[in-house]
Design a protein around this ligand. Sequence first.
Ligand code: MN
Length: 376
Amino acid sequence: MSKHLTIVDTTLRDGEQTAGVVFSNQEKLRIARLLDELGVHQIEAGIPVMGGDEQQAIQDIVKLGLKASIMGWNRAVISDIEASLACGVDAVAISISTSDIHIEHKLMTTRGAVLERMVKATEFAKKHGVYISVNAEDASRTDMDFLIDFAREAKNAGADRLRYCDTVGILEPFTTYDRIKILIEKAGIDVEMHTHNDFGMATANALAGVKAGATHVGVTVNGLGERAGNAALEEVIMALKLLLDTDLNFATERFREVSEYVARASGRFLPVWKAIVGTNMFAHESGIHADGALKNPLTYEVFKPEDVGLERQIVVGKHSGTAAIKAKFTEYGKELTAAEADEILKRVRALAVDMKRSLFDKELVYIYEDMQAKRG
Ligand code: MN
């Protein structure tokens, strides 16, 4: 496994490519700043050859003078790369399909012509001194021998890395590991994992690639991206840190804030069950879990809510036990007797089933007041 992992965020390019998502230029600038503050190493800022607002936003992001490298996305076409260079980016992604299905049915050309176009574009970019990622689009459906040739030729033409694109999201971690290992051994080039979530495995596949020696990981905030999305920045960073013992020193305590901002800007709400940053990550309702979490949070949590900018919540509802009820009232400075806690729990369960939801804190207070009034 590489010790020097580079995180490449493409929220502004692949994220915005999601059907129905458009960021304003102000939002693009804000997102670029936030990514830089989190610790992202390279920001894929957009597609310069689109011109207009897209080009303006990329130029403005370059002018921010961030720590992160700023990359422009290009087809393997000289005029695309000229547009990137005109924006002042320090890195370019040069993308072309490598699978036969794309070559025959989309590009309507040959493998040889694909190699030729890629080499020409890469040599042109190399002359201008920018960092180069050559992207093998649909790499996961590409013949391995051809992909190895493609990667070798890219390297010879001056590419700094190969982006291995699981464009349609058909990989699983075991295959990913084997293929990335062979690719790196045979082509001797740095590899970026670019994975999609069609089978819910984008993050797992990114990690499998890293285990096999990939040095770069492409991500987006919230996993925003085409169809089922990309590998999520917050998932990849926390998994690297806690599951693969690779701490990239990101400002993880700001993850929730950044996720909320991107959710609003993209008009894609953040599910409460979203891995790492969803509000349910630290909500406990079931009696056994809440009791454990109250005694020692590590019984049911693998990291602290504040590590990602969330808060712990003990939810009182149908599955609650007396420990949670007592803890809630202690928060209000009221120590319940065992009999009181039992009585309240009974009422809580009945009300929760009746309303088909958990209860607000205020409703707990009403239950207590009703109980007192009856005794009164
Ligand atoms: Mn993609």
